[in-house]
Design a protein around this ligand. Sequence first.
Ligand SMILES: [Mg+2]
Length: 226
Amino acid sequence: MPTPLILFDVDLTLIRTNLAGRAAMTEAFRGLFGVDDATAGISFDGRTDRAIFEEAIALHGLANGDLPAVYERVIRAYLEALPAALAARSGGVLPGVEALLDALRGRAAVGLATGNMRLGAKAKLAHFGLWERFAAGGFGDDTPVRAHLVRLAIENLAAAAGVDPDPGQAVVIGDTPLDVEAARLAGARAMGVATGSYTVEGLRESRADFVVPDLATPGTLEMLLG
Ligand SMILES: [Mg+2]
């Protein structure tokens, strides 16, 4: 039997950080450029860190003709600010996550498909003791395009598990219509989980293959492995 490839989004799918990521980004722009509230008005839902940072840099006219160099400085400052922001905003692991990861052990390859940059995802998940649970992933610093990130996540996870990178065996779990759309574009199935800002109905409208209110919902494991 082929090995199922199960890929999780991070924010509001596995954990809630109470906007620690946004706070660390704001802190980075304040420290480097003296810009207050640099991320005001920028949507974070389902987008990659790279896209969000580049939008904020452009919005405040900070690129100075060298976007890559400015981007590098911003992400360094962001990663420095992130641990304190996580500690200050007591977030948590979302319902059912740990039990589901336990149940998937030995039955599926488990990885990440997240818009977070790799080190950002690591800081967030390590803060809640979850980082070691994931064999591989696709991250927001690999590409600004979420569908590409899912394809990379499938390839990286399959390589780590020693199986074929077959999108037909992959299920992506996320809390936004963008997660669902990216999964479908990559040829994977999508499970929407309504622990973020979208309702069960909203995620159904985005044509997710499965939708659950949270990952503690009975039957979630069977949907993922079925
Ligand atoms: Mg999310």
